[in-house]
Design a protein around this ligand. Sequence first.
Ligand SMILES: [Ca+2]
Ligand SMILES: [Ca+2]
Ligand SMILES: [Cu+2]
Length: 219
Amino acid sequence: MKFRLVTAAAAVTASTFAASGAAFAAHDTNPSDRVDSYAYALTAVQSSSVPNAAASGTTRITTLPNGKIRVQVTADGLAPGLPHAMHLHGVDGAATDNGCPGPGADTDGDGFVSVPEGGPFYGGILTSLTTTGDTTASSALALDRYAVADETGHLSYSRTFRNDSGLANADTVQVVVHGVDVDGDGTYSLTDAGEAPLVPGSGIPFSATMPALCGGIAN
Ligand SMILES: [Ca+2]
Ligand SMILES: [Ca+2]
Ligand SMILES: [Cu+2]
């Protein structure tokens, strides 16, 4: 089992629920009985053989009594100076998802884990973790409204917002951070992975959509 940010008490609870086969969350703090908070480690999705894809981080998801959700992400090792699309991925409703993809998710064998290849693990996009404005899946690729990693590859994000899908599924989602500058030239382009954009005509290069980090329930 991978490292996860949990207290001893939460770990006991988690293992109890795991034994019964039920879904559980790293419910590490209870600021009040009306606030739920979940913290997870974010780990690299791509194979270690992919250049510039080694990243790490942490995330915290907090649901608030006013019906809002707060998502915090801190990460290092991301492509410097570039925006990183981030989403809450999951399966809407009671069903949980299958955690985070690893290198084995590269089913077409091209060396890269694409968004569709990760889908069977982390599910669809429930919430877009933009810095301003809309947070629905419609903003999935609104790269001008995502956090930008600094010159060292560090990224820090915190936003409190209203998103009913994210709120309802806060205990069973994955946080996924996208964008790998494979050739390290400071841009996302065709030369990174040599693949066509996921969304034809979008002008968003494939490498901008590559999942870099993932963490959450079930992993
Ligand atoms: Ca692939
Ligand atoms: Ca590049
Ligand atoms: Cu995503």
